[in-house]
Design a protein around this ligand. Sequence first.
Ligand SMILES: Nc1nc2c(ncn2[C@@H]2O[C@H](COP(=O)(O)OP(=O)(O)OP(=O)(O)O)[C@@H](O)[C@H]2O)c(=O)[nH]1
Length: 649
Amino acid sequence: MMWKRFLCPLCQRIRIITHNVGYLAPFASRRHASSKSSDGQIDMSQFPVENIRNFSIIAHVDHGKSTLADRLLELTGTISQEASNKQVLDKLQVERERGITVKAQTASMFHQYQGKTYLLNLIDTPGHVDFNYEVSRSLAACQGVLLLVDANQGVQAQTVANFYLAFESELAIIPVINKIDLKQADVESTEEQMRRLFDFKEEDFFKISAKLGLNCREILDAVIQRIPPPKSDPNQPWKALLFDSTYNHYRGAVTSVAVVDGRVRQGDRISSAHTQKTYEVQEVGIMSPDHQATQELHAGQVGYLIAGMKSIQEARIGDTLHLSNSPVEPLPGFKPAKPMVFGGIFPMDQSEYRDLKVAVDRLTLNDSSVTVAKDSSPALGLGFRLGFLGLLHMEVFNQRLEQEYNATAIVTTPSVPCKARLSSDKLIKQYKTEEITIFSPAEFPERRDVTEYLEPMVLGTIITPDVHLNRIFSLCEAKRGEQVDFTYIDTSRVLLKYKLPLNEIVVDFYDQLKSITSGYASFDYEDHSYEPAELVKLDVLLNGQAISELSTIVHKDKAYPVGKALASKLKNVIPRQLYEVIIQAALGGRVIARETVKAYKKNVLAKCYGGDISRKMKLLKRQAEGKKRMKKIGNVDVPKDAFISVLKR
Ligand SMILES: Nc1nc2c(ncn2[C@@H]2O[C@H](COP(=O)(O)OP(=O)(O)OP(=O)(O)O)[C@@H](O)[C@H]2O)c(=O)[nH]1
């Protein structure tokens, strides 16, 4: 094990850390000797409200949030400077594999400024639009943000969206231009764009390289100078906002809390304003960046709290916690997330339904933007209908279910919720309303029973160098878009706004936009209500049997190309089987596309003559494992990933 020494900013003593486990446990008691209570924990009472700053780093995807978070944690001695600590706040396996942040993470650090020690709570947020709910929730625990922009790419669509999130929450915003070390960095025009769009002044800017650590120390001072302390009152009864939760197998919900007023400590009896249930606090502490128990959490501080909450219903994000004997006015909480894409999720085998339910419950505790309702399907049995903020969100959720909860599930073809105005008296009576929302193609009413269908629209923002404009115009037209704004944000970059049907952009619009602009355009969207549209249901049949889980709702003008593409994709994902598989796409009973998967008898032991039984067992085992990832629908084995993959390019 390798050790490293450095000067601790809190106690001004030499501290020792290891490369891979952070602080070395046997030496832990030496840390902050001056600031610790008798049991060796950090004494949180030494940080009055005026010495606390709570802030987030917000930016477009890949502009360097997690890298800057690393530098700030290193500069304050919270983590070591070794390679093992790269992007320490991206803790999930899915984040490391995909190289993106999907979950906001909190880290507390200590910084010396003008002779005083400040407690800085940093929240690193995701950049991708599908995880925007994480950003808006994190901002509720902050008084300021660092708005980071990559000097090579300039202002991008999520920069604009995130700026307005912070601006509307009345937070202090510090503009930071990052990656100034890059040869292609255009610091001047990035600054011009930010000044023009967001009205910053020349003296507001920090120009840094988060990768090299250039000018990063100044940011710590600026956080103290420019971001106000929380508006908290230590003399009021304890009240805290529950802004995040994770599930721990042994301890139940580990909640992230922003303490608004008062103080909480281990053993206190607390209550949830939402459920009225009471609990005894088992542990409180800060994330630095891992859990570090403390004796108390005080007004203005951000930390974690464990109180034996067992389920998602108990640890509701946005809830207000208070001392049981001092009821308080609940905090406003959060606007519920608005799911944009729905997908069914089913166990591979019905005997795994309960396990899947537990896994979905625990993961939704950590990802409260997912909505859950029970669902059932003729082919797949009992399952759930989940609402996601986008397709990437749906894929990440599915991957996390597998990686973190060991739950293998089938996710059906994603769909966006359309509406239908009913004309049939029978249906109006059945639904007890004249306008219904259709969450899955199975619920799609016949044309003769409706006066009109409506589809969800979004207002999309595209920022692009102007050389790509013509190709973007063609793409948006092909996606039935309508341009509503066109503004130059500097001499060569344009901000476009388009009204677009959500159904057209949800699957591959972003990939196409990236590909036609060589990655230079960025895209963000917000909800823009519903508009009438001529929609049809495209059925998919396997060997003559309609498979509702594969059917999809499309605009009538798109039915033929989508049907053809669906059939040919399915041909590529359905493996050859003992008999021929006929794939058909049909519109109102009329077949519009057809493909065939030829029969193929795979005897894995065919070439395995004679003797070696262990080799035979191995081959059979491998074949059985392949089958496990298949679902028999009708008489056809369909790979579990077929439902999402047929929609992708
Ligand atoms: N040259 C250079 N590269 C940087 C700098 N800062 C970050 N990067 C690189 O940019 C890439 C993205 O950095 P991240 O820190 O993961 O970006 P992010 O904003 O956290 O990404 P998301 O969370 O996925 O939105 C990584 O390859 C970093 O090494 C910098 O100052 N200079």
